[in-house]
Design a binder for this molecule. Structure first.
Ligand code: BG6
Length: 472
């Protein structure tokens, strides 16, 4: 791997910080999503957050309390030799309602402290501007990204960050897994689907607002800090055809097309042709203006970042019961792949395939900013965890992206594993779905000391980084 390859880990504000009202922070979408029975429906935008009985447990409120533990946690990242740490800023920590004229200084100061702590150890901060959290006020007042008002509000928020962290943050990511909007609209973008609303109309219009907002943010970044880079971010994973039946091949092609919709716009600067037909046929109106077209065309991204957990499989005629239930992307079960304890398919080779697809399609540098195995860990008395299953998973994936770089010639900026320290699961709200090299003593109901300890994978990853990926 190249000398400056960015090895590290990744997280998101709402899954680690806690301190949900500390330092003037406002409530955000994720603070309204409980653990347990109602979570999935809320994430899917099918149940209102108010429509749950009292007494629920909200995991984001304390999460793993990175808010007060950040120095200790970053010291552990440094001990592993991290070259980069990807994290997100909470919009509502900076603008508590999203509507204020001036940002919340205490929120900005917290992020500045985190960045300075990282830089102290020469760890490159990779900052996601928006990772699954929309200020509650913007959901209540505007229906979140359904409204065009969100474009200017996001631009204001991003501009404040660029001005404050100019020269300190080189890599920005506008919106985490922007394509999640189509699968879990409330998790991805704070969107509810009201009864009688046309789902496609709502989602494509919201997508348009997000795309214009991220292009405007990119424009602002170029003006404020021309040395910095902006990346988009896709929940990646190629769709395979289930069989050689041309119908399955076409089904996979269509699924890929839809999955690449956002990145086509962010990287190529214009809507793919098929959308024109779709919008005309289905009467979808996204409110594109000439100014939108221009800003999209002129402000494409510098690099493409991605999460990769697995590939997906498309079958033209999916029988009932044949669909995967494992994650947000519905498809057929791939009989050739093993699954994680949460039913997520495991496909290391698919990572190489997916990287090749993205590279061939966009010809821009790639950055794997999420990959990992959610698993149950059993800590020993002394806090150690023998997680050879995690080491095995990561090792197989690293081998594949190394081949993509060294043999296929793909420019890859770095690799930040997901949940380098145990954190709250986005889809389930559990703590027990653990991804980390660092164990956090906290359970699904919020019990535990929050103590941190090193798993076997901690020492393994340290070696991987030390040897720049030679010693797996
Ligand atoms: C990605 C998200 O979808 O996958 C993360 O960007 C999330 O926020 C990760 O945590 C893993 O998913 P989960 O549901 O296991 O937490």
């Amino acid at each position: 791997m190249q000398k400056d390859f960015l090895w590290g880990g990744a997280s998101a504000a709402n899954q680690i910080e806690g301190g949900y009202l500390a330092g003037g922070k406002g409530l955000t979408s994720v603070d309204l999503i409980p653990h347990g029975a109602y979570r999935r429906e809320i994430l899917a935008g099918l149940r209102h957050y108010e429509d749950v009985p009292e007494g629920q447990f909200y995991p984001s409120h304390e999460a793993i309390d990175f808010y007060t533990h950040y120095k200790e946690d970053i010291a552990l990242f440094a001990e592993m030799g991290f070259k980069a740490y990807r994290f997100s800023m909470a919009w509502s920590r900076v603008f508590p309602t999203g509507l204020e004229e001036e940002p919340n200084e205490e929120g900005l100061q917290f992020y500045e402290n985190v960045i300075d702590e990282l830089l102290k150890y020469n760890i490159e901060p990779i900052v996601t501007i928006n990772h699954f959290d929309v200020p509650k006020t913007l959901i209540d007042n505007y229906g979140s990204w359904k409204s065009r008002e969100m474009i200017a509000l996001f631009e204001k928020y991003a501009t404040v960050l660029f001005k404050r962290f100019k020269g300190k943050v080189k890599y920005w990511i506008s919106v985490n897994e922007i394509n999640m909007l189509f699968h879990l609209p409330f998790m991805g973008a704070g969107i509810y689907l009201e009864e009688g609303e046309n789902r496609e109309q709502v989602l494509y219009k919201a997508a348009h607002h997000e795309l214009v907002a991220s292009a405007r943010a990119t424009k602002a970044l170029r003006e404020i800090d021309p040395d910095a880079q902006m990346g988009c971010m896709i929940a990646a994973g190629d769709y395979y055809p289930y069989s050689a039946n041309p119908k399955d091949i076409r089904a996979a092609q269509l699924a890929n097309q839809e999955n690449f919709f956002f990145i086509d716009v962010q990287s190529r600067g214009k809507y793919p042709n098929w959308t024109k037909h779709k919008f005309a046929e289905e009467g979808i109106e996204i409110g594109m203006t000439e100014e939108d077209e221009k800003v999209l065309a002129e402000n494409t991204v510098d690099y493409i970042s991605l999460s990769y957990y697995s590939t997906r499989t498309s079958k033209a005629e999916l029988e009932p019961g044949e669909a995967t239930t494992g994650n947000a992307f519905v498809g057929a079960v791939n009989p050739y792949l093993e699954k994680s304890e949460w039913g997520w398919a495991i496909d290391p080779l698919g990572m190489r395939t997916t990287l090749n697809t993205l590279w061939e399609r966009y010809q821009k540098p790639l950055f794997i900013v999420e990959n990992g195995l959610g698993a149950y860990d059993k800590p020993e008395e002394d806090g150690s965890v023998h997680d050879d299953y995690r080491i095995d998973y990561l090792k197989q994936h690293i081998e594949e992206f190394k081949a993509a770089v060294e043999i296929d010639g793909i420019p890859l900026l770095g690799y930040t594993t997901w949940g380098c320290i145990d954190l709250v699961s986005a889809s389930t709200g559990e703590m027990s779905k653990r991804y980390g090299f660092i164990y956090v003593d906290r359970d699904d109901a919020g019990n535990g000391t929050m103590a941190r300890s090193r798993k076997d994978s901690f020492y393994w990853y340290k070696k991987v980084i030390e040897t720049n990926g030679e010693n797996l």
